[in-house]
Design a protein around this ligand. Structure first.
Ligand code: GLA
Length: 350
């Protein structure tokens, strides 16, 4: 029987958090971990999904064309087929075996990786004409229109265009992309805090609304349009907490630019300081950190080999990054995890 395989990696984001839906800058790196979907055709317009991931349910079915949300991970698949049908793509019943080497809900882009891998598998199975940009749009629509998480586009773009060996500067204002090499001296430990985030029910959507509210208040289309103004002038026109939210977004865009300069100069101390200040900004101004993430970041900063650390992804749980010199990340993570009980080392990058 015909069978089609789609694969897609997860990501870390070196720096540039909660900037994507503000037309800002992000700097993701693809992980060696990801999602694989093996799909086969099936009758009766039924989609039957089976996963090896540690989620409930492990197996589920729905009718393609009659997608109804049930609040589980399978909504990503329902969202993908609904979005494909909405674009007129001839999708029919299928069987999908989903396997993941990426921890789910750990802030490492697993939702986007699942959607992108499924779109790729269905593209092959049903001979769909979809280029990479359209794959990103469909995977993104699954998340925003069906799951109801008003996420930005970073994770889908990182999963499609990202490489393991280099960072990818993406400007969400015009979707331009520039590869930025990772210096040979650099290594990153990706540590899962063991606490899970909930985009839809958590504060993610609220943060996005706050940014939109601030932009309306200031009479601009997006916070990116404030780049040429003096930060103090912008902030004094905003009531709290919008002033803090905007300060995070604008200073984070600057930190992305500074991080690129630091990468190009192979200046790990400078890059580490930027990761530290990104975390402080996400914790104090954007308020998306948690006690567990703060503790993990503090333990990382205490470690002799770590040059900087921060939460990665949307926050409200998930993972942290710790920057070290090449060859040091694994042992640093082991020392950190000895002092923090429920986390685990997910990956060493590159
Ligand atoms: C999640 C979202 C992304 C992005 C990050 C925060 O991963 O899916 O679009 O907003 O949070 O940078």
């Amino acid at each position: 029987m015909r069978r089609a395989t789609g694969e897609a990696p997860g990501r870390i984001n070196l720096i540039g958090e909660h900037t994507d839906y503000n037309d800002g800058l992000v700097l993701p790196v693809a992980l060696g971990l990801g999602v694989t979907v093996v799909a086969r055709p099936r009758d009766n317009r039924t989609a039957h999904l089976v996963t090896d991931a540690d989620v409930e349910p492990r197996e589920t079915s729905y009718i393609v064309g009659a997608e109804r949300s049930d609040g589980t991970w399978a909504d990503r698949a329902r969202g993908v087929t609904a979005a494909l049908l909405g674009r007129g793509a001839p999708v029919d019943g299928f069987e999908a075996e989903i396997s993941s080497t990426l921890p789910l809900g750990a802030g490492l882009g697993s939702s986007a990786a699942l959607a992108v891998a499924l779109v790729r598998a269905l593209r092959e199975l049903f001979d769909l004409t979809l280029d990479d940009g359209e794959i990103a749009t469909v995977a993104h629509a699954a998340e925003t229109e069906f799951v109801g998480a008003r996420a930005g586009l970073m994770d889908q773009l990182a999963s499609i265009y990202g490489r393991r060996s280099e960072a990818l500067l993406i400007d969400l204002h015009d979707l331009s992309r520039v590869a930025v090499a990772l210096p040979g001296e650099l290594e990153l430990a990706v540590i899962d805090s063991g606490t899970r985030h909930q985009h839809a029910t958590g504060g993610y959507n609220r943060r996005r609304e706050e940014c939109e509210e601030a932009a309306r208040h200031l009479g601009v289309g997006s916070l990116r349009d404030l780049e040429d103004r003096r930060l103090e002038d912008v902030l004094e026109r905003l009531p709290p907490p919008l002033d803090r939210r905007v300060r995070h977004v604008l200073t984070e865009n600057t930190r992305v630019r500074d991080a690129i300069a630091a990468l190009r100069a192979a200046d790990l101390s400078r890059l580490g300081a930027l990761l530290d200040s990104s975390h402080r900004s996400l914790r104090d101004d954007y308020e998306v950190s948690t006690a567990e993430l703060d503790r993990l970041v503090d333990l990382a900063r205490d470690d002799r080999a770590v040059r900087g650390a921060r939460l990665v992804g949307g926050g409200f749980g998930g993972s942290v990054l710790a920057l070290t010199e090449r060859g040091e990340a694994r042992s640093a993570a082991e020392r950190i995890l000895r002092r923090y009980d429920r986390g685990r080392l997910v990956a060493v990058v590159p």
